[in-house]
Design a protein around this ligand. Structure first.
Ligand SMILES: O=C(O)c1ccccc1NCC(=O)[C@H](O)[C@H](O)COP(=O)(O)O
Length: 259
């Protein structure tokens, strides 16, 4: 399964990264930063549909999505279009992401930034903080209950929000037991990459209305966005269709216009 490959690649990458900067040194750097509590979970509870625009060049399901990747320009377009947050892929092997993209985007916008990666180690949460993220992604399928619990606490201590990503009812139970404050339901089946909006609509009903929920993956058209909004989702995470759009501001506006 692709998640196993992603975890293996991330484990390998972390060995190199830790050899360049130890966890102790990274923590020392982070300790110099102000801790301002992220308000992203609260923002998602405001009425309306919250759009998270993603910056990514490639993905396992689609391969190379774009060859031209002026990510700072795109981040500015997302800000102009008034997205609620920007998701920045930092995974290099399958998504062609980089941590430096996050750092640079942080320099050009005050919008909340999601470090989109496969968090498997506290080191990555400290990295997210130092690189300007205010949100991290925790994928239930690749974490033990103890890791999920500890990483949620570490994120909170660093003033970060966490989107806890689930794919099925059992993972929802684990996310709720860990006291997740934001849940992301991934519409994409990571075994065969098929997308099923109906499946995620059913899963939405298993989550209390007090917890904001984001629909992730495979949303391409205003109709798709309207479908998940009407099913009670608070936000949408949209990557590929925005990356391929010539006029990204216009497409975000079309998504916003569905409500
Ligand atoms: O997109 C993939 O191929 C993928 C494969 C394995 C793990 C994660 C994957 N995608 C990460 C994402 O969550 C998406 O980048 C995000 O939801 C946006 O999806 P899309 O709008 O379909 O680009």
């Amino acid at each position: 399964m692709i998640l196993d490959d992603l975890v293996a690649a991330t484990t390998k990458r972390l060995v190199t990264e830790k050899s360049k900067l130890s966890l102790a040194a990274l923590k020392a750097e982070v300790s110099q930063l102000p801790i301002t509590k992220s308000t992203f979970a609260k923002t998602l509870q405001q009425p309306g549909l919250h759009i998270i625009g993603e910056l990514k060049q490639a993905s396992p399901s689609k391969g190379q999505i774009v060859t031209d990747f002026p990510y700072l320009q795109i981040a500015k377009e997302y800000a102009l279009a008034q997205v609620t947050a920007i998701s920045v892929l930092t995974e290099p092997d399958y998504f062609k992401g980089q941590l430096t993209y996050l750092e640079k985007v942080h320099q050009v916008t005050d919008l909340p930034l999601l470090r989109k990666d496969f968090t498997i180690d506290p080191y990555m949460i400290y990295q997210a903080k130092i690189s300007g993220a205010s949100i991290i992604l925790l994928i239930v399928a690749i974490l033990t209950d103890a890791q999920l619990h500890d990483y949620l606490h570490l994120a909170k201590d660093l003033g970060l929000d966490a989107i806890v990503e689930v794919h099925d009812a059992q993972e929802i139970r684990r996310a709720l037991a860990a006291n997740a404050k934001i849940i992301g339901i991934n519409n994409r089946n990571l075994k065969d990459f098929s997308v099923d909006l109906q499946h995620s609509q059913q899963l939405r009903q298993l989550i209390p209305a007090t917890i904001p929920v984001i629909a992730e993956s495979g949303l391409k058209t205003p109709t798709d966005v309207k479908t998940v909004y009407q099913a009670g989702f608070n936000g949408v995470l949209i990557g590929e269709s925005l990356m391929r759009a010539k006029n990204k501001v216009q497409l975000v506006q079309q998504f916003q216009a569905v409500i």
